[in-house]
Design a protein around this ligand. Structure first.
Ligand code: ATR
Length: 276
């Protein structure tokens, strides 16, 4: 039986077991996917010894994504660029660490609003860990004008420098000006609402063809998405990113490429409605 894990601390909230469990069931694979709480002090031992415990690999979540970088024998390009590992697998007896968040972000938009790839400019709200994966995906998609807006402008500047030309760093006071020709807006901050209780941005300023997406999926319909939809803009929620980022790991551990279906989405949505 093939075995995979998700490690984090705490880990009870993770929805990954639901996703991989569903795929194991529909594909009738003799395998299991276990949730394991690993304290920071135990991370190195866990990563070095999962093979001996019979695991083919697994997912890594908060707070271990950055620390796992130095524990893998090999990193894929995305993990290196994003600076975090979310997937581990074995190959040639080596422990490989990868990051599938950018793939998940792109696949979600491909499925829901494929025109996003034609966007000439993108406005990214936030410059934390999640924003790094989003910027990597936008650069990979060939979007040449990426504007990062963050409370701490220095952090946005560091992110811009990390990914090179075509990326600019801004403070929130510039968001109105930057909105006028933004073809794609991505919220990567955890803010449902911004600071003083006002909206994150004024969606009325966006062009009519703008696509608005949020990587937050609790709630599924964030205030930004609700405002954008009310304004008649195309919106994409963040749940698809969670589902799509899980695909490459499952394929590596269990040897079958799973499909993100409406049935899977419905299962996770029902769980979100029950537990938030
Ligand atoms: P994640 O890995 O989810 O991206 P993070 O690295 O802590 O988490 O980043 C959180 C993001 O939300 C950052 O862009 C942060 O802005 P700062 O870099 O200025 O801290 C943004 N954020 C969080 N709380 C905020 C707040 N109250 N007002 C404005 N921005 C906020």
């Amino acid at each position: 039986m093939r075995k995979a894990f998700v490690i984090g601390h705490p880990i009870a909230h993770s929805r990954s077991p639901m996703i991989h469990g569903h795929w194991l069931e529909v594909l009738a694979i003799d395998g299991c996917y276990e949730r394991i709480d690993v304290a920071p002090g135990d991370l190195a031992n866990f990563v070095r010894q999962f093979r001996e415990r019979g695991f083919a690999g697994g997912n890594v979540t908060i707070p271990h994504k950055e620390a796992t970088l130095v524990l893998a024998d090999r990193l894929d390009e995305a993990a290196e660029l994003i600076g975090a590992v979310n997937t581990l697998w074995l190959d040639d007896d080596l422990i490989h660490g990868g990051n599938t968040d950018a793939i998940g972000f792109s696949a979600n938009l491909d499925a829901a609003a494929y025109q996003w790839r034609d966007a000439e400019s993108a406005l990214v709200l936030g410059a934390g860990g999640a924003a790094r994966a989003v910027v990597h995906a936008l650069v990979q998609a060939g979007i040449r004008d990426i504007r990062l807006v963050n409370r701490t402008v220095m952090r946005a500047q560091e992110l811009a420098d990390r990914f090179g030309a075509g990326i600019s760093a801004h403070g929130w006071h510039e968001v109105a000006e930057l909105s006028r020709d933004a073809a794609l807006v991505v919220n990567t901050t955890s803010l449902g609402m911004h600071g003083d209780g006002g909206s994150l941005m004024d969606v009325a300023l966006l062009p009519d063809h703008a696509i608005v997406t949020d990587i937050v999926y609790v709630p599924l319909r964030t205030p930004l998405l609700a405002e954008a939809a009310a304004r008649g803009l195309r919106t994409v929620d963040g749940l698809g990113m969670l589902l799509h980022q899980a695909v490459p790991g499952f394929e590596r551990w269990f040897g079958h490429r799973p499909v993100v279906t409406t049935a899977l989405r419905d299962i996770v949505v029902a769980d979100l409605e029950r537990h938030g």
